[in-house]
Design a protein around this ligand. Structure first.
Ligand code: HEM
Length: 151
């Protein structure tokens, strides 16, 4: 089960990235094109938030009881791999998920549509940047992980 959950966490990275890019596209074109905020914009932003929250739950499980979890092997900030997966990765990703949530919540606020688009665009773009920085990409020597589950 542990391996399956890590695989799912790995795979959801792509779901989040695709949805986040779509959300950014919707926010940017909405803002630049002076569009009227639509139900389809809101839906994409909502799905992005849901995907990020599911990834957060899986991440919290890995962080506590997973093979690198603090209750499985303890907390060790001196070891670069543990520091990455127990501190740097979770903190950066939680910040990104807060930003995605904030971005979605702008859809519910009583704001002019162009302001809604612009504020959401800023939140989503920053979230994307944080995620790109904190993913354990295959080129990140010590913490490298596969691009796709089970590779
Ligand atoms: C946008 C959110 C996130 C993304 C895109 C993401 C992405 C990833 C990826 C791609 C891996 C490598 C999986 C593999 O080995 O195949 C990973 C591992 C891990 N992530 Fe995340 N993550 C996110 C959020 C979180 C959060 C919020 C936490 C903790 C609270 C977390 C904790 C972990 C841990 C502990 C591992 C190592 C699992 C292991 O190898 O046993 N992640 N994450």
């Amino acid at each position: 089960m542990q391996t399956g959950l890590v695989h799912l966490h790995n795979f959801l990275r792509w779901v989040i990235l695709i949805l986040l890019l779509l959300s950014i596209f919707k926010a940017y074109t909405g803002w630049k094109g002076n569009k009227v905020f639509s139900a389809s914009d809101k839906k994409i932003w909502l799905f992005t938030m849901i995907a990020s929250h599911v990834t957060l739950l899986l991440g919290l499980y890995q962080w506590t009881f997973g093979r690198l979890g603090i209750f499985s092997i303890g907390l060790n900030m001196k070891d670069p791999v543990q520091r990455f997966f127990q501190m740097e990765h979770p903190v950066t990703m939680i910040l990104a998920i807060i930003l995605i949530t904030r971005g979605y919540l702008f859809s519910k606020k009583d704001l002019a549509d162009d302001v809604k688009y612009k504020k959401a665009l800023n939140a989503f773009a920053l979230a994307l940047l944080l995620i790109l920085v904190a993913v354990p990409w295959p080129y990140k020597a010590a913490v490298a992980r596969p691009l796709f589950p089970g590779m």
